[in-house]
Design a protein around this ligand. Structure first.
Ligand code: ZN
Length: 287
């Protein structure tokens, strides 16, 4: 179910009843790992037969909303993880969970455990209590305090970059310009009073390749809303560019229009003609 085989192995171990009580995970992408961990924590706790992106049960909903009392995430407070944060965690986990099978803690930037907070932590990992499971997250496990490290099962979970800058080869500034243009352009398409949209684009874009980039970004934005509607992890940054309140059927229609546009563009169809056609189709899709 995960793109990473090491995470899938944890699920297998869970099904065999052989979960470790603490995992040390090195990763190159904290936010993606956190999303995956949320899913993993659902799998091992879901009272129903967990289906991918379960939306049926209370537990999975609580996890989605970061509202599950038996799931505690600790992050460094300024420069380090303080002993008081660990003490608080211990107190919270003295009682058995109500909604979930496990009390689960996640220590983000586990390399920021200092001497005293690591000591406070050790009891959890040294004398594991049934029903408590921990994840220590770091971007470099070589700098984790050895006493913690030696008591965790250690794995690496790296992700490929899907950064739009990497794929389209844009600088920050270029991306910002495209974002601005997209914002203005889509607002004009959605406004019934404005007719001539192509002048806006053509005053700023003359190259076919730039138009291609702009519409690829636009596609990505719609795709993020598609994921969002499915309750899947999505790139929030991209959704900030334009606001879309459509259902996935409508979003698919628009993604098809954009795909067709990109295809025609690559077939060397006249840019003005394409832009006219695009506006007509998008407005029709708006209903
Ligand atoms: Zn569930």
């Amino acid at each position: 179910m995960f793109s990473n085989k090491n995470l899938n192995e944890i699920v297998d171990k869970y099904r065999e009843g052989r979960l470790a009580h603490a995992y040390l995970i090195e990763t190159n992408n904290f936010s993606k790992l956190m999303e995956d961990l949320k899913e993993l924590i659902k799998v091992i706790n879901c009272p129903e037969d967990y289906q991918e992106y379960c939306q049926n049960c209370n537990l999975c909903n609580l996890i989605n909303k970061n509202n599950l009392p038996s799931l505690i995430t600790i992050e460094p407070d300024a420069t380090s993880i303080k002993k008081a944060q660990i003490e608080e965690l211990k107190r919270a986990f003295e009682t058995k969970p109500i909604y979930s099978k496990y009390n689960t803690y996640i220590i983000k930037n586990a390399e920021k455990l200092n001497g005293s907070s690591a000591n406070a932590m050790l009891k959890f990992v040294e004398e594991p209590t049934d029903g408590i499971i921990g994840f220590f997250i770091t971007d470099n496990k070589d700098v984790i305090i050895p006493t913690i490290k030696s008591r965790c099962q250690s794995l690496v979970v790296n992700y490929e970059s899907d950064n739009i800058l990497d794929k389209l080869n844009l600088t920050e500034e270029e991306l910002d310009n495209y974002k601005e243009l997209i914002k203005e352009y889509i607002a004009k398409i959605n406004s019934t009073t404005y007719i001539n949209n192509k002048t806006l684009i053509l005053s700023k874009i003359t190259e076919r390749s730039s138009l291609d980039k702009m519409f690829k970004i636009l596609f990505k934005i719609y795709y993020q809303y598609f994921l969002k509607n499915l309750n899947k992890p999505f790139n929030e940054e991209l959704t900030k560019i334009i606001e879309i309140q459509e259902n996935n059927q409508e979003i698919i229609t628009k993604m098809n229009i954009i795909t067709k546009f990109l295809q025609d563009l690559s077939y060397n169809v006249n840019m003005e003609l394409l832009l006219d056609k695009f506006v007509i189709e998008m407005r029709r899709a708006n209903g």
